[in-house]
Design a protein around this ligand. Structure first.
Ligand SMILES: [Ca+2]
Ligand SMILES: [Ca+2]
Ligand SMILES: [Ca+2]
Length: 272
């Protein structure tokens, strides 16, 4: 994922240097490919999932017969509720779930993993996605932080999937199989949520989501020759990013989102 995002940054960086910031003449017509959406994966708050994990389809954390709050894989099902399954402190321990709907790469983040904050430093896990319960899993994120983490499929090469596999990716010092029952070894997975169930996303949030993308192409803290140069960069980038959403929304709706993105930034002092 990181490599994908980095490659995208390189492509977009070329555009940035070529014509956007500091150049009053505005961008000189980058290709559509240059406006692939940036990956915005990262810790998140205040997200409102459309669906949840519906069934545990595979468990590989060995000592599963002990019955504690932290060893029952079904704790991962449904909305986040502070009941979680700890993956275990052995790298490669995993839990796989079927989501109640297919996850798609729409605007912004596409799924969220709720890791329970237990003030431990052993939350290191990989997230894989597939459209089949037992094959074809592709890495979409490597997470090394506690709490909720939003995952964007943009740039990962994966466009959709209904099965999510969570794998502890680091051995935890002191961990042994026999103590798997009595402590919260490894990442503590509370829930997995769907943020996009189609490629179009939610019209209500499109202004914010595409706005984030626009700010990456036209960084607010960059040098611009004048305010007009900045707004011109914003307007152009918004047009290009919104191009693919013409398959989702009417021309009027797209224009409204474009206006929202541009007017928010036109009100700033950037470039003045
Ligand atoms: Ca996405
Ligand atoms: Ca934790
Ligand atoms: Ca839970």
């Amino acid at each position: 994922m990181r490599i994908g995002a980095f490659a995208l940054a390189l492509v977009l960086g070329a555009f940035l240097n070529a014509g956007c910031s500091g150049d009053g003449s505005g961008p000189t017509g980058p290709t559509l490919a240059a406006f692939s959406l940036y990956n915005v994966s990262g810790p998140c708050t205040d997200v409102d999932p459309l669906g949840w994990a519906a069934e545990v389809t595979d468990v590989d954390r060995r000592n599963t017969e002990c019955d504690t709050t932290w060893t029952d894989p079904e704790s991962i099902l449904g909305p986040d509720d502070a009941e979680f399954v700890s993956l275990g402190g052995d790298s490669a321990n995993s839990v796989t779930v079927r989501m109640d709907e297919e996850i798609f790469d729409g605007p912004g983040s596409d799924l969220v993993v709720y890791e329970a904050v237990t003030s431990e430093d052993d939350a290191h896990y990989d997230v894989y996605l597939s459209n089949s319960p037992d094959s074809g899993f592709e890495l979409v994120a490597s997470v090394s932080t506690e709490g909720a983490y939003c995952i964007d499929l943009a740039g990962t090469g994966v466009t959709s999937g209904q099965y999510v596999k969570l794998v502890q990716n680091r051995h935890v010092d002191g961990f042994a199989v026999e103590n798997e029952c009595d402590s919260t070894w490894g990442a503590d997975i509370d829930a997995v949520g769907i943020l996009n169930n189609d490629v179009c996303g939610d019209l209500e949030t499109l202004c914010d989501e595409i706005g984030v993308q626009v700010d990456m192409v036209c960084p607010p803290d960059d040098y611009y020759r004048n305010h007009g140069a900045y707004v011109s960069c914003v307007a152009h980038a918004a047009t290009e990013f919104l191009r693919e959403f013409k398959q989702c929304y009417t021309e009027e709706e797209i224009e409204e989102v474009h206006g929202c993105i541009v007017s928010q930034r036109a009100r700033t002092d950037i470039g003045k």
